[in-house]
Write a protein that binds this ligand. Structure first.
Ligand SMILES: [Mg+2]
Length: 286
């Protein structure tokens, strides 16, 4: 008589010919399977070769369980805003030139090829110079708010995180008014959402550590996603979080950034890629 009794290492059911009580040995005796699968009806596994392109030694459900066990738990994602959750519309180079003047801009840019930290730079200026600089920065940011556009993939990614009950936070060096407008315009709310009124701001890890503390999670259970290596990735790494750099145009391939010695854990060209990245690499557990 022919009966199907178990699954072998290529994931297929193995017909075991039995003569009375003496079964003919098959390629994989049941004892090599995990206990719960030794007596399970083989029909359950018949679909495996059609689901999995490469037949796997164990039933798919077990593979899933095993891979889930080895993944790192992720409980929250923190986003940068400008250029990450929004289409980049602020012309930062023009802003720096307007604040510093053309000659000073060129000099400082040469000394800092990976980018200028204008907020920190003006902190050492006189109160009057700071006031003028802040007015220029605010003008550029106001223009940015007028042109505000949500980044493609942002709404879908947030919807996915919500479906998994994964926390969503936001850290920006922009002002609270810009965050409020984002929340209101796109009806996607991040909590906590820390703007530059929270000191110290990125790349200091303080805002990210504050969010982790508010959520009561560990930094290594959180991912920081942003389009700035020197601000977002630096902040995430200093806090001990996972980091994901959004590099839409491949600008970080330049040698200008190698001296920063900041290697993000992940690099994507669009927010749409973050979705599969999270599912593949993490156990998304709130
Ligand atoms: Mg940004």
């Amino acid at each position: 008589m022919i009966c199907f009794s178990h699954v072998n290492f290529n994931g297929r059911t193995t017909p075991s010919r039995t003569t009375g009580s003496s079964p003919v040995p098959s390629p994989l005796p049941p004892k090599y399977l995990p206990p719960k699968y030794r007596t399970m009806p083989s029909l359950l596994f018949k679909c495996i070769p059609f689901i999995h392109p490469k037949p796997h030694p164990f039933p798919l459900s077990l593979v899933t369980a095993m891979s889930t066990k080895t993944k790192t738990r992720l409980r929250g994602v923190v986003f940068d805003m400008d250029g990450t959750l929004t289409v980049p519309v602020i012309d930062f180079s023009s802003m720096y030139k307007a604040v510093l003047g053309e000659t000073e801009y060129r000099r400082i840019r040469q000394e800092n090829p990976s980018g200028i930290d204008i907020l920190h730079l003006i902190e050492s200026w006189s109160p009057d110079e700071q006031r003028k600089a802040n007015e220029i920065i605010l003008d550029f940011e106001r223009l940015g708010r007028e042109r505000l556009q949500i980044m493609p993939g942002a709404a879908e990614l947030c919807g996915f995180l919500d479906s998994k009950k994964i926390r969503r936070g936001l850290i920006t060096r922009n002002v609270k008014e810009a965050v409020d407008l984002y929340h209101q315009r796109f009806e996607i709310v991040f909590s906590p959402a820390l703007s530059r009124e929270f000191r110290p701001y990125k790349p200091d890890p303080a805002p990210l550590l504050h969010i982790c503390s508010t959520w009561d999670v560990q930094p290594n259970e959180v991912m920081m996603v942003g389009d700035s290596l020197k601000d977002d990735v630096a902040c995430g790494k200093r806090a001990g979080a996972f980091t994901c750099l959004l590099d839409e145009k491949g600008r970080y391939c330049s040698a200008d950034f190698t001296e920063l010695d900041l290697e993000p854990d992940f690099k994507v060209a669009s927010l749409a890629e973050v979705h599969s990245l999270l599912e593949t690499n993490f156990d998304l557990m709130p």
